[in-house]
Design a protein around this ligand. Structure first.
Ligand code: PEP
Ligand code: MN
Length: 348
């Protein structure tokens, strides 16, 4: 159930509703918005009676949610969520660029890439310290040592660190060294990891699973939010299909599809979405054109020597060119952002 407060409801009226929900033994999720506050209720095994809530002071209406998800939905929050990542944001007016190597390999490599990323104006640096590799014999990442290098990158280049947690212990470590927890495609339905990230004070980048439907992906986000962490960014990184010309098939339709139902920001990963260096920039441009809030791009100072994902990594020069081109597209697209508003999509 979702309680929508009146536009002029006071904070103490919202607190009163939260108290009633908690006294019933359920969890309340207040989400203040631009025009009104909504309070989601989770934890109820039985269908709740709307009349319990409708007459409480400040309540405009109590809505029974028939969709499988609640907290991610536009009913909960009609305007887009802006996620704060350190001193950067994702979901605001600016196109968020998260760039860096697939894996942190050494201090020299990380610094060389970070220098270029900072110079490009991007505010977010990516790099895996724990790598989910298909083969156990492949480079697994530097572990905590890699996170220490990332925290140096944060200090020296004033970049915000996005890095993957493979397990709950990884979340503990990222809370010490990073700014955003990445949950990878292979872990999208690792429910204990999702719940642990939901109890973190850090925002979460949730990648779409290799063969996840939209609902499965959104419900994974719901697992994080149900624990009280509403700072979630969705990342489309391609899904597995019959196609052999790409590593994955980048599903750009996911952006408007998410917009239609959710307030969460969406970013596009054309690196894993294509697996091929020459396709990254064209698909990044397309991602911005369909209204993505940001991009996550793999870039390496020596792609031919990369310990993982070299084939899809951009050189520093290619990366600079990409930033220039995506910003040009974003300048055209941003004033048209109403085109992507769910209200308008609905009218069409
Ligand atoms: C990555 O970002 O390096 C990564 C492993 O991504 P994904 O989980 O999308 O495969
Ligand atoms: Mn990678």
């Amino acid at each position: 159930m979702l309680i929508v407060m009146k536009a002029d409801a006071t904070e103490s009226e919202s607190r009163g509703v939260v108290r009633v929900i908690q006294d019933l033994g359920y969890r309340a999720h207040p989400m203040p918005g631009a025009t009104r506050t909504a309070i989601g209720i989770t934890g109820n095994q039985v269908v709740l009676d709307t009349t319990h809530f409708e007459n409480l002071p400040g309540v405009a209406e109590a809505i029974r949610v028939s969709k499988p998800y609640k907290l991610i939905s536009l009913d909960m929050r009609p305007e887009k969520t802006i996620v704060q990542v350190g001193n950067a944001t994702i979901g605001g007016d600016e196109l968020a660029i998260i760039a860096g190597p697939c894996a942190i390999e050494s201090r020299e490599q990380a610094f060389a890439v970070a220098e270029a990323v900072a110079r490009s104006g991007a505010r977010l640096f990516r790099g895996g310290a724990f790598k989910p590799r298909t083969s156990p014999y492949a480079f697994q990442g530097l572990g905590e040592e890699g996170l220490k290098i990332l925290s140096e990158v944060r200090e020296i280049y004033d970049l915000n660190i996005v890095t993957e947690a493979l397990d709950e212990y990884g979340v503990d470590l990222i809370e010490r060294y990073g700014d955003m927890i990445q949950i990878g495609a292979r872990n999208m339905q690792n429910f204990s990891l999702l719940r642990r990230a939901g109890r973190s004070h850090l925002p979460v980048l949730l990648k779409r699973g290799l063969s996840a439907t939209l609902d499965e992906w959104l419900l994974a986000a719901e697992y994080i939010m149900i624990e009280g962490n509403y700072q979630v960014v969705l990342c489309e990184r391609g899904v597995r299909t019959f196609a052999q010309h790409t590593r994955n098939t980048l599903d750009l339709a996911a952006v408007p599809a998410v917009r239609q139902v959710s307030h969460l920001p969406v970013v596009i990963d054309p690196s894993h979405g294509t697996g091929k260096n020459y396709m990254v920039t064209p698909l990044a441009l397309a991602g911005v054109a369909v209204g993505a809030d940001g991009l996550i791009i793999e870039v390496h100072n020596q792609p031919e020597r990369a310990l993982s994902d070299g084939a899809q990594s951009l050189t520093l020069e290619q990366y600079n060119q990409l930033v220039y081109e995506v910003k040009s597209i974003h300048r055209v697209i941003a004033p048209l952002s109403d085109v992507f508003s769910p209200a308008l999509a609905y009218q069409i």
